[in-house]
Design a binder for this molecule. Structure first.
Ligand code: XMP
Length: 326
């Protein structure tokens, strides 16, 4: 029978067998999946694990700090932070196709992990050393939707599955690969991962990069980051965090519409709110949020965020829409 402690025990044994005395790195995003995967591997092999947080510049406001406070402080795991903001922005310059963006982001993640692995070896002063293993928090739905499951179509390449480069130098450890999100949360609780992480809403590895429809630029990221922070703040204030699965905030960067502010004409971008309810992200329904909450979010975003003059609500279920727009 399926219980969280069975999963933990079985995976710990498997991980120990696989890696022996090798060094292992784990990409940490601050999200549920990578945190639970890291906690599991840490339980299995302790100090052989170093977590790597890649700041790719596609993060939401406060995210980098959150990882430090919520995860690193409570687990005492070794953490290496890699500033890859310029690297990712350069790689994404001029790119608008969603799958191409996903593949580039997947590839740049791996390049960042390779850089981190070299630094870890150098720090240890181990000339012949090598980091062979990379832990990823891949879940079963990621595998299915990336076309990795039996008979599955490639709906989108998740950054940690369909987006990996062919010349991957690491062997992968994916202890959550057969699990759904609710099971991952149960495993997280079993491992003592803090509530702030276990109950965090999902956020995609490619981050805000796939929530800007059009080219990703530093300026557009700043606009979206600000709008997203407002939406999250108001949803939290309204006590809706556990009720909704997640609420992507999307910037239609190549669309403009006419508006009016004071005496003047504006010609700005729309922001899309995409609140959904779901059990496992394989299917979803749009959340019937209270109008007064939507109203506050809309007013604040159009007042406070430069270049945004319209807020629209996505009322599409999955299928036929996916949760993220790209
Ligand atoms: P879609 O858009 O496919 O999203 O309906 C389903 C769930 O997966 C999240 N998502 C991702 N998570 N890497 C991730 O770690 C990715 O590349 C990725 N793409 C989508 C999405 O936020 C939703 O919860």
């Amino acid at each position: 029978t399926w219980t969280a402690d069975n999963v933990v025990a079985a995976q710990m044994e498997l991980i120990r067998e696989q890696v022996g005395s090798d060094q292992v790195i784990c990409g940490l995003s601050g999200g549920v999946d990578s945190s639970v995967a890291a906690a599991l591997v840490q339980r299995a092999i302790g100090d052989q694990l170093t977590c790597v947080f890649v700041d790719h510049g596609l993060l939401r406001e406060g995210e980098a700090e959150q990882v430090e406070v919520d995860f690193v402080q409570s687990t005492g795991v070794h953490l290496k932070v890699i500033d890859a903001r310029e690297q990712f922005l350069n790689a994404l310059a001029g790119v608008t196709d969603p799958e191409t963006k996903r593949k580039i982001i997947g590839r740049e993640f791996i390049r960042a992990f390779e850089g981190a692995a070299r630094e870890i070896v150098a720090d240890a002063g181990d000339k012949d050393g090598d980091v062979k293993w990379l832990v990823q928090g891949t879940l079963y739905p990621d595998v299915v939707e990336s076309g990795g499951g039996e008979g599955a179509a490639n709906i989108k390449s998740h950054h940690n599955v369909g987006g990996l480069p062919d010349d991957l130098q690491f062997q992968l450890i994916e202890p959550l690969r057969t699990l759904f999100k609710d099971e991952v949360r149960a495993v997280g609780v079993e491992l003592g991962v803090p509530d702030e992480i276990v109950w965090r809403q999902p956020f995609p590895g490619p981050g805000l990069g796939i929530r800007i429809i059009g080219e990703v630029t530093a300026e557009r990221l700043a606009i979206l980051r600000q709008a997203d922070a407002i939406a999250r703040e108001e949803l939290t204030r309204a006590g809706l965090d556990r009720e909704i699965w997640q609420c992507p905030v999307v910037l239609l960067a190549d669309v403009r519409s006419v508006g009016v502010q004071g005496d003047g004409r504006t010609y700005g971008h729309p922001i899309v709110l995409r609140p959904v309810s779901s059990e496992d992200a394989m299917t979803a329904d749009w959340s019937r949020l209270p109008y007064d909450v939507l109203s506050v979010i809309s007013t604040r975003i159009t007042n406070e965020v430069r270049d945004v003059n319209r807020v629209v609500l996505d009322v599409t279920s999955k299928p036929p829409g996916t949760i993220e727009w790209e």
